[in-house]
Design a protein around this ligand. Structure first.
Ligand code: ATP
Ligand code: SF4
Ligand code: MG
Length: 327
């Protein structure tokens, strides 16, 4: 799965945000790759920097005082140096995003037909009369909407959350992107609808050959959806592995704590229950940012830990990854 050039290649990505109160050093060297057609999950607790990473990839981080460094490449383009014309070529076409809250992501004053037509107009489709409506109808049928004409002529508030979520998936896929970023899709909805949403996304992206980077808190979702997973803690990737390998042998103390925090019966809980919280980004701990919470911390953890490959495709950023798994 990891052979060949990656579609998305993030290396050493750092982000600091400054305001009158000082500087928050949030992303601390993110390394992450997605290959063509691959389903990858990015998992970590609230506030670890998942959404900010996705917003940088989409060129949507317009915060004042933001300083971004490192490498973010997509299909050979340097996304940190892309001009407006470059973004016009990529965003909404080769690179799309599904946001967490379908109501907030759709415009309340336009019908679904209008909103889908605007997206379709940016894609590479036939421009004949009636073509946009036909493409929109097919796009909605593809996301298992049985009455596409009614949905097309509705405003978002007239539709259920689950239908709006399907509309968003249709919008994200209609221009046949190479990569879809999905930030907690469906978590604003109930768990059954969320599961349907993810199953649909999995089938459709598979059929279209599109890659997905799925952001989630939920290890159950990771197992069902992804082929490979990155575990993020306080602005950096701490472990990366094929999904089966991670579930069989998590090596990083933080990953192990995440697994320990998931109730066995439901598998749907958030990773609460790890003592302490994400550090203050204005004054983060030196070296391994997990060390104030880590049961295995020692003096050398106050310097940047090494990246250790413990099995094919399985990297752990820790001074003693092998020992902790057997401990
Ligand atoms: N515009 C901003 N200005 C200042 N701090 C921000 C801004 N956006 C995010 N942050 C902070 O950056 C950190 C990472 O935020 P981010 O939204 O990426 O987290 P996340 O991993 O997506 O969390 P969640 O799972 O809750 O969505 C958080 O501590 C957040 O408070
Ligand atoms: S580097 Fe040290 S503090 Fe960080 S996870 Fe590994 S053992 Fe714990
Ligand atoms: Mg988020």
């Amino acid at each position: 799965m990891s052979a060949g050039a990656p579609l998305l290649d993030i290396a050493g990505l750092t982000l600091s945000l400054s305001d009158f109160d000082g500087t928050a050093r949030i992303l601390n060297g993110v390394d992450l790759a997605v290959h063509p057609g691959e389903r990858v999950a990015l998992v970590g607790e609230s506030g670890c920097g998942k959404t900010l990473t996705a917003r940088i990839v989409m060129g949507l981080l317009q915060a004042r005082g933001a300083r971004i460094e490192g490498r973010v490449r997509f299909e050979g383009d340097d996304l940190l140096a892309l001009d407006a014309r470059g973004w016009d070529r990529l965003r909404g076409r080769r690179l799309t995003m599904i946001f967490q809250d379908p109501v907030a992501a759709l415009n309340p004053v336009f019908t679904v037909a209008d909103q889908l037509a605007a997206v379709i107009g940016r894609g590479d489709h036939p421009r004949t009369r009636g073509a946009a409506r036909a493409i929109a109808r097919r796009a909605l049928a593809d996301v298992a909407i049985v009455d596409p004409d009614r949905v097309l002529d509705s405003y978002p508030f007239q539709l259920s959350g689950g239908l709006n979520q399907r509309v968003l998936i249709a919008m994200a896929l209609v221009n046949r992107p190479a990569l879809v970023l999905a930030d907690e899709p469906g978590t604003a909805l109930d768990v059954t609808v969320q599961a349907q949403t993810l199953a649909l996304m999995r089938d459709l992206t598979d059929a279209a050959g599109a890659a997905v980077l799925l952001i989630t808190h939920n290890l159950g979702v990771v197992r069902n959806f992804a082929q490979r997973v990155y575990v993020m803690y306080a602005g950096a990737i701490v472990e990366a592995a094929p999904v089966a390998e991670l579930f069989r042998a998590p090596r990083h103390p933080y990953t192990q704590a995440l697994f320990a925090a998931v109730p066995r019966l439901t598998g749907t809980a958030l990773p609460v229950g790890i003592d302490g919280g994400i550090p203050d980004y204005r004054d983060p701990p030196p070296g391994c940012r997990f060390h104030p919470r880590c049961a295995y911390a020692e003096a050398r953890c106050r310097a940047a830990p090494p990246v250790v490959t413990v099995a094919p495709g399985h990297q752990v950023v820790c001074v003693r990854p092998r020992e902790t798994v057997d401990a």
